[in-house]
Design a protein around this ligand. Sequence first.
Ligand SMILES: CC(C)(COP(=O)(O)OP(=O)(O)OC[C@H]1O[C@@H](n2cnc3c(N)ncnc32)[C@H](O)[C@@H]1OP(=O)(O)O)[C@@H](O)C(=O)NCCC(=O)NCCS
Length: 264
Amino acid sequence: MRIIDLAPENLDDFCLCLEEWSDEMKEAGDHKRRWVEKHGERGLRVKLAVDDCGPAAGTVGGMIQYLPIEHSPASGEGLYFILCVWVHGYREGRGNFQKKGMGRALLQAAEDDARALGAKGMAAWGVALPFWMRASWFKKHGYRQADRSGIRALLWKPFRAEARAPAWIRPKKKPRAESGKVVVTGLLNGWCPAMSLVHERARRAAAELGEGVEFREVRTDDRAVFLEWGIGDAVFVDGREIRSGPPPKYEKIKKKISRRLKKL
Ligand SMILES: CC(C)(COP(=O)(O)OP(=O)(O)OC[C@H]1O[C@@H](n2cnc3c(N)ncnc32)[C@H](O)[C@@H]1OP(=O)(O)O)[C@@H](O)C(=O)NCCC(=O)NCCS
């Protein structure tokens, strides 16, 4: 296996989280591509793991993306922040590449790169439960917890003595209910297709329910907007957030909005 930098020929697959086989991913629209364009200028780094032997030789099996923490959902100084590490684990499409050493190699390559760029350390987020991007996986690789918000753990690994621990930027604001209509507010950063697809489903459901429902998009890839809200990605129906672990189905989102509409 070898680690390469993101190249133009891999951009489409990267923007679909290597899940070009998934119809769900296509629902996410082009937010990721636009985010990549914008964040290239903000220091985004992407590495891919390519299988080098056997029938899948030449296939990209994993990816890691990280950027200066100053453009991440956490506060900190001189650190890089891992937004996502993903080794394709489904049988569909390119197949399962997990547990072959790609994850470890991607993390090592990202840390080496960040050190070479002069970073004081690396930060990452993980879920403090045994699913999704696990905090325990980072801990096994020498990371320790710096902060926690609900089930989201903020982890870090200092490279130098002067490095300071990062902290989560916490929610500061949420939408208020307004009289005479249901307001669906979609906060969108664009980095995560799973979150973008929830946003697009909410937009579609709001439009389908017609008059009485207004969809408002809040672009949190604008740093000032993100700092005002303290939230990167979320969908609110009036003041209530639609919680999304695994992306909620379109029907579920539509039902929540329509229930609210009936109460007007
Ligand atoms: C966490 C994750 C990145 C790890 O990647 P990975 O490539 O599977 O990890 P590795 O192969 O480096 O290591 C995993 C295990 O495989 C083992 N392994 C590594 N190479 C191996 C090999 N050649 N043969 C057998 N086992 C091997 C490792 O020892 C390790 O075992 P351990 O966990 O008991 O220590 C990956 O599983 C993943 O993407 N999970 C989902 C994460 C996620 O949800 N991301 C967010 C998406 S938005």
